[in-house]
Design a binder for this molecule. Structure first.
Ligand code: NAP
Length: 343
């Protein structure tokens, strides 16, 4: 059976990856590509790497959408709340890659984003979309909020260790390095080549809105409240996130305990693999995989966990398609790359 789909935000980085994945998907047919300032342009003018260049970008307005089986929304923060509500009212399945429906309560949303949510009564209708942790809820949900890229890397690494009480729930430190595509495609002076090349910087230090999302995701997966210090860094590469996470062990914990807990949690999960060496972003570029590895810093007894993903795949479009597969009852891996690109 073929399911029709629309992609809003198709002219952006995440939207472009959604088009690439959905075009190659054996069970999806793309029938509408939405854009904002680029509406009316040819797909080929914004994504020259994609086939089907003569397709015309339509609008992101839900009123212009035909009835489809599933809508992907890859819109900036704040731009998906209204269309998400309108599409849900039409009874359409929606996967939102943005942040508008990720927090579970109005209070948490206001604390994370500094504004009130325009549709707070809707927040409880949306399921947080990490299939490895919330697959059963995703399978029965018609509205899924795909996680942020940093939270995906951190929550997958931490949730099993908190659940199994191998690490203390407080004092968790997440330092993440991201490629520049994580910031989207719109022009920003601090993302120009001259500003980014040959330099590394931390940003939103102590204030990044993904910290509460990381804490909420671990809490939902483990049932335990956690507190996290999160510091993101921009590094001069295109794709990838590497999170280096430290935590205090609970009792006597060995590297084997940590890696066995992670392996047990993701047994049978096609996209999460615990490996024997520290993972690198290059090993997951082009892949929907998350690679994990844990150890103990012996002199201090500190737990260290490393997590690598491609921000545009497992961190965005790949995970969104994985959620769509689960919602539609398809094979979880349908249309998704497991192997990466090297070199
Ligand atoms: N990039 C990542 O690694 C990543 C990872 C996880 C989640 N996400 C999330 O995915 C979403 C898209 O990110 P991105 O990196 O693809 O951003 P992007 O490259 O900047 O693309 C944004 C898209 O939204 C459209 N748009 C811009 N302003 C709009 C508005 N006011 N109303 C409706 N549409 C508007 C743009 O259309 P035009 O081009 O036609 O103007 C474009 O298609 C964001 O919420 C982001 O947080 C991104």
């Amino acid at each position: 059976m073929t399911y029709t789909t629309a992609i809003l935000g198709a002219s952006g980085y995440a939207g472009g990856e959604l088009v690439r994945l959905a075009d190659d998907h054996p069970d999806l047919e793309v029938v509408h590509l939405g854009a904002y300032t680029k509406a009316g342009e040819r797909l080929g003018s914004v994504h020259p790497h994609l086939p089907g260049a003569d397709r015309t970008l339509g609008s992101n307005d839900p009123a212009d959408l035909p009835d489809v089986d599933l809508v992907f929304m890859a819109l900036p923060h704040g731009a998906s709340a209204a269309p998400g509500a309108a599409l849900a009212d039409r009874g359409l399945r929606v996967v939102d890659l943005g942040s508008d429906y990720r927090m579970d309560t109005a209070a948490r949303y206001a604390a994370a984003y500094g504004t009130d949510h325009p549709h707070p009564e809707r927040l409880a209708d949306w399921t947080y979309g990490i299939p490895e942790l919330f697959g059963e809820a995703i399978a029965t949900s018609s509205t899924v909020a795909a996680p942020g890229c940093y939270p995906t890397s951190a929550i997958l690494a931490l949730a099993p260790l908190v659940t199994d009480r191998l690490i203390a729930p407080d004092g968790i430190v997440v330092n993440s390095l991201s490629g520049v595509t994580g910031a989207g495609r719109s022009l920003k002076p601090d993302l120009l080549y001259g500003a980014v090349d040959e330099s590394v910087k931390a940003y939103a230090v102590g204030t990044h809105r993904h910290r509460p999302e990381i804490e909420q995701g671990i809490e939902h997966a483990s049932g335990a409240s956690v507190s996290v210090v999160f510091t993101p860094h921009l590094v001069p590469m295109q794709r990838g996130i590497l999170s280096t996470i430290t935590a205090r062990p609970s009792g006597t914990v060995t590297p084997d305990h940590l890696n066995q807990a992670l392996r047990a949690a993701y047994k049978g999960a096609p996209f999460v693999e615990v490996i024997d060496v520290p993972p690198q972003t290059r090993w997951v570029a082009g892949s929907n995989r998350c690679l994990l590895w844990a150890t103990i810093d012996e002199p201090t007894g500190t737990v260290i966990v490393l997590s690598a993903i491609d921000n545009l795949l497992k961190g965005a479009a790949g995970q969104a398609v994985q959620c769509a597969n689960v919602m539609l009852g398809l094979a979880e891996t349908a249309g998704l790359p497991i192997a990466g690109w090297l070199p």
